[in-house]
Write a protein that binds this ligand. Structure first.
Ligand code: C6P
Length: 404
């Protein structure tokens, strides 16, 4: 059962004070807090197991390798990927997006070819394509959205031509909370013979993701946004694509044999994992996934949906409130501005009340341009947040409004 008080005890940081006020942590889209079990698992591994993986014949190395490869299996199960050879460990969503942008462009794209992204992308799904555009002359096409923050699928369908080589869109917007219809987006891409990548940074922490059901060709996410450690993430890719793509980085782990004349590469997934992986973080991520599974991802979704709806209702009632992203069924993110109060002023004053929110462009400047604003204040939720905390936020905003 979903016992929120018990869950909060798993996260000691939630009971700390800031400025003599109880912390209200509502910056979960940036990063979530970590439960004790994740910290314990990582400490235990460093204390009693630590050794480099895939290399040693000795006991510790084998044990560390087992934990690392078990983590790969846990990730595979979590997103329902067909095979662990399709699970590549990265440093996070950003690295996964860069890997695909670099390797896919190198092998599959030529000058004049096009990648389709959406107007609500995070910079991590824009800048890697711009880097490739500068090198190879590829073009970036952008799916527009309406006022509520819903992508225009009719326009998207019209964007395909013989130059379209890949579609790459966010599953959930980190600013608007819009849950994009990724199954439909992928299907339309496939109907045009084009593969599709989904940025799952803001979906995997909040609801069940099944990469086979979505049928995406690539899917990326970060561990630190789902109660896992920083510096670890995942790229899922269909074997048929990963086999075709060249390695992203060269070094140890990713080779089969090396001579000065010729190098042959390891099989998947190791071909894309150069250097010593963060094997303690992979174990930490697997522990976080098991923590989520224990509570039940559907229970987490339900709880966070309730919080989001409650927050939208409470904030709507505040005079001068402008909410950005009002699509029904939106995910655990609420972005807003009130009257003429600058987002930074609002964020700073809320901070003084112990409320941690994010302010600014949220690494989505093209979306800010589309909205005609410079930034928002953003509250984002995790499984441990409560309605009482949202009351503290709403009352805090009202206090700030009165001050102005
Ligand atoms: N968004 C936020 O506060 P990394 O930094 O690699 O773990 O994730 C990048 C990223 C990619 N796509 C989306 C949709 C994201 O939301 C993020 C990270 C954080 O909104 C930090 S900017």
């Amino acid at each position: 059962m979903f016992d929120i008080q018990k869950i909060r005890e798993d996260f000691p940081i939630l009971s700390r004070m800031v400025y003599n006020k109880p912390l209200v942590y509502l910056d979960n889209a940036a990063t979530t807090q970590k439960p004790l079990c994740v910290l314990d698992a990582m400490r235990e591994e460093y204390l009693n197991v630590n050794a480099n993986v895939h290399r040693g014949v000795h006991y510790l190395s084998q044990q560390a390798t087992d934990l690392h490869e078990e983590a790969r299996e846990t990730v595979r199960r979590f997103i329902n990927a067909p095979s662990t050879s399709e699970i590549i460990f990265t440093r996070g969503t950003t690295e996964g997006l860069n890997l695909v942008a670099a390797s896919f462009t190198e092998e599959m794209m030529k000058e004049g070819d096009e990648v389709i992204v959406s107007v609500m992308e995070h910079h991590s799904n824009i800048v890697p394509w711009q880097l490739q555009a500068a090198k190879k002359g590829i073009a970036i096409r952008v799916i527009p959205m309406d006022e509520t923050g819903k992508l225009d699928i009719k326009e998207y369908e019209k964007m395909f031509n013989e130059h379209t080589k890949l579609v790459s869109v966010a599953h959930v917007s980190n600013v608007l909370g819009t849950v994009n219809p990724v199954k439909q987006i992928v299907k339309i891409a496939h109907d045009h013979g084009v593969p599709a990548m989904i940025d799952g940074a803001q979906s995997t922490p909040h609801f069940r993701v099944d990469v086979q059901d979505i049928d995406c060709d690539f899917f990326v996410f970060s561990g630190h946004k789902m109660y896992g450690p920083t510096g670890i993430g995942v790229l899922y890719g269909k074997e048929q694509w990963l086999d075709k793509l060249p390695p992203y980085q060269g070094g140890g782990e990713m080779i089969e044999s090396v001579s000065f004349e010729k190098t042959t590469f390891e099989r998947l997934p190791f071909k894309f994992e150069a250097g010593t992986p963060d094997y303690v973080a992979t174990h930490g991520l697997a522990t976080a996934i098991k923590y989520i599974e224990n509570i039940g991802i559907d229970n987490i979704s339900r709880h966070e949906q309730e919080l989001t709806e409650y927050c939208m209702k409470r904030l709507e009632a505040i005079d001068g409130m402008r909410l950005f992203g009002t699509v029904k069924g939106k995910d655990a993110v609420v972005s807003f501005l009130v009257g003429n109060i600058h987002h930074l002023d609002m964020g700073t004053l809320l901070d003084r009340l112990g409320i941690a929110v994010r302010t600014g462009h949220h690494c989505a400047q093209p979306l800010m341009d589309r909205l005609g604003i410079q930034g928002t204040v953003r509250a984002s939720f995790a499984l441990y947040n409560t309605k009482e905390e949202i009351d503290v936020l709403a009352n805090g905003i009202e206090r700030v409004v009165k001050m102005f």
